[in-house]
Design a protein around this ligand. Structure first.
Ligand code: KIV
Ligand code: ZN
Length: 525
């Protein structure tokens, strides 16, 4: 059995690759599924529901390959209440060091109508199919689909049958996202009290978010005794989605004082996997999504920014680093105050005298009134007018032309101005951005490692502004460059160069006497 201490350990069962992938439009390729499963395994997910093997040949192969690559996670496959489904599922998950069969049937009156089975006929089917699964493996999960809308007496009866037939985990799904926290905990409590053998198995909670209560309902079930939460990255899933993994895990971590349960999740891996799932599923993460949204650790209003600069705990209940972010973001906009502007300019390496700051602040407010967010490039343009910018822009993009299209290789022809001297280089690459980054690296070699490259469309339509973020790491120091342009490749080049300029400022700050010009420039001319 996979379950550890029933007292305080909550197992995390991730179903991004099954329930998540079922959301319309979220289909992932074979390799993407295997990659995501690897990330979930590394992150400490106890059980990965890798797919529905009978659904298609592709699903079968994905589950099998995920099983073959599994390290620590149990790999689970879904199967309807039929021996064919169950056999196919086992054929896929048996390759894992630990495989699980998850079989289910809809038990509510609505589902019994659809299948045309009487209560007794369904009870027999549950007995037979769970027994069949248990003859294949000793790790069997059973779900009464639509459990929340199933008559309580019947629910207790079928759960008891499944336990007697050998199920080791009983999952209680709120298939249509209908329940509320009190009811979610009452049902688990009732099953624990009424069903013989209930204390021998693990109860799981599987909530959908149709009324926006999936996280609250899952946590309520845990408080009543459930010890497995079924969830997905970014809350992906049928209709309004499932309980979001990042939300329940961080809630248990941040409010461990009132919910004293542990998970095995390495929370610092949350952001990375959230971004990757968003990329491969094509589902953007809502800006104000808890934990992983762009604004989850961003503060714009003057009062909040001022408070954050004095003491981060004023407006943050968890550290951004705990979910894998480099730090808090204080985006500059029309609500920002002078303290935030000064802090931002300091971070960019501009130490302005009070009168300069006063002047820049007036112009900044004027610009912020017209623009949603003021980016670093905008600030540099403002500073240029006051003559303070030049010292920090040692590298500038002077010219960029890329050749892209269906025929590889793509290439970039780039001119950078470095300390006032123009240098040119043409590079080929795997796409125009790769070619451009190669050219930058050739013209300005550093040991900095590219940690993150991210593109957001700020506006909609074919003339959308792309905002690009580039994060570089050098000797433990992390800098982020940003730029916006209607041309994504130009925005990418400028964001990279922006990050390099910041790196140079950092280097100067940490070794003010060092000769920063010792950096070797190559000029392929
Ligand atoms: O929501 C649901 O009921 C399910 C079951 C298959 C567990 O996803
Ligand atoms: Zn579901």
């Amino acid at each position: 059995m996979t379950q550890t201490s029933k007292q305080d350990h909550v197992l995390i069962f991730d179903t991004t690759l099954r329930d998540g992938e079922q959301s319309p439009g979220a289909t992932m390729s074979h390799n993407e599924k295997v990659e995501i499963a690897g990330l979930l395994d590394e992150m400490g997910v106890d059980i990965i529901e890798a797919g529905f093997p009978i659904a298609s040949e592709g699903d079968f192969e994905a589950v099998r390959d995920i099983a073959l690559n599994a390290k620590n996670s149990v790999i689970c496959g879904l199967a309807r209440a039929s021996t064919n489904d169950i056999d196919r599922c086992w054929d896929a998950v048996k390759h894992a060091p630990r495989g699980r069969i998850h079989t289910f049937i809809g038990t509510s009156p609505l589902h019994r109508d659809i299948t045309g089975l009487s209560m007794d006929e369904m009870a027999n089917k549950i007995h037979d199919t769970v027994t069949h699964a248990r003859n294949l493996t000793n790790d069997v999960q059973w779900s009464p689909m639509d459990a929340i809308r199933t008559e309580h007496d019947y629910l207790c009866r079928v759960v008891e049958i499944a336990i007697k037939a050998g199920a080791t985990t009983i999952n209680i799904p709120d298939t249509v996202g209908y329940t509320i926290p009190r009811e979610s905990s009452d049902i688990i409590r009732m099953l624990l009290e009424r069903v013989p053998g209930a204390d021998e198995i693990i109860f799981a909670t599987h909530c959908h978010n149709d009324l926006g209560m999936a996280t609250a309902n899952a946590l309520a079930a845990v408080e009543a005794g459930a010890r497995q939460i079924e969830c997905t990255i970014n809350g992906l899933g049928e209709r309004a989605g499932n309980t979001a993994l990042e939300e329940v895990v961080m809630a248990l971590k941040v409010r461990n004082d009132v919910m004293p349960y542990q998970t095995r999740i390495d929370t610092t891996k949350i952001m990375n996997i959230s971004r990757r799932v968003s990329q491969v599923s094509g589902f953007p993460v809502q800006y104000n999504k808890a934990i992983v949204g762009k604004n989850a650790f961003a503060h714009e209003s003057g009062i909040h920014q001022d408070g954050m600069l004095k003491n981060k705990e004023t407006f943050e209940i968890m550290r951004p680093q705990d979910v894998g972010l480099a730090g808090t973001s204080l985006p500059l906009g029309k609500h920002s105050g002078r303290a935030a502007l000064r802090a931002k300019l300091d971070e960019m390496g501009f130490a302005l005298a009070d009168n300069q700051l006063k002047d820049v602040f007036v112009r900044f407010k004027d610009l912020a009134d017209r623009k949603k967010e003021v980016f670093d490039d905008d600030l540099i343009a403002l500073l240029r007018d006051s003559g303070a910018a030049e010292q920090n822009e040692r590298i500038k993009v002077k010219f960029l032309r890329v050749i892209c299209g269906t025929q590889a290789p793509q290439s970039a022809d780039l001119i950078l101005e470095i300390d006032g001297v123009e240098h040119q280089k043409t590079c080929e690459g795997d796409g125009p951005v790769d070619a451009t980054f190669k050219a930058i690296k050739e013209l300005f070699p550093t040991t900095a490692r590219l940690q993150l490259y991210q593109v957001h469309a700020v506006t909609e339509g074919t003339d959308a502004q792309a905002t690009v973020s580039v994060r570089l790491e050098e000797a433990g120091k992390i800098v982020t460059g940003q730029s916006a342009d209607t041309d994504t490749v130009v925005a990418s080049a400028k964001a990279y160069v922006n990050a390099l300029n910041r790196l140079l400022v950092r280097r100067e700050k940490s070794a003010p006497d060092a000769d920063v010009k010792t950096v070797k420039y190559t000029d392929a001319g």
